[in-house]
Write a protein of this length. Sequence first.
Length: 78
Amino acid sequence: MRRRTQLYLEEDQYRWLKQQAGRKGSIASVVRDLIDRARNRPRDVARDPLVRYLLDEPPARGKTRSSVETLDRDLYGA
């Protein structure tokens, strides 16, 4: 079963898709290909900041004894 959808694109996104579609057939096929590639790409878990944080400095055991309250700051510097 297929689903129909609609999305809004920035002008440069649309131009790029049209350019790609000229090579592959249609904007829809380009979008489907991009989605399939993203879904099938192996995830490098080791680069995930949360996983790195939990492995390198578990909360309450790391150098600065992080907690749930400091998680965003500790992970993203926010």
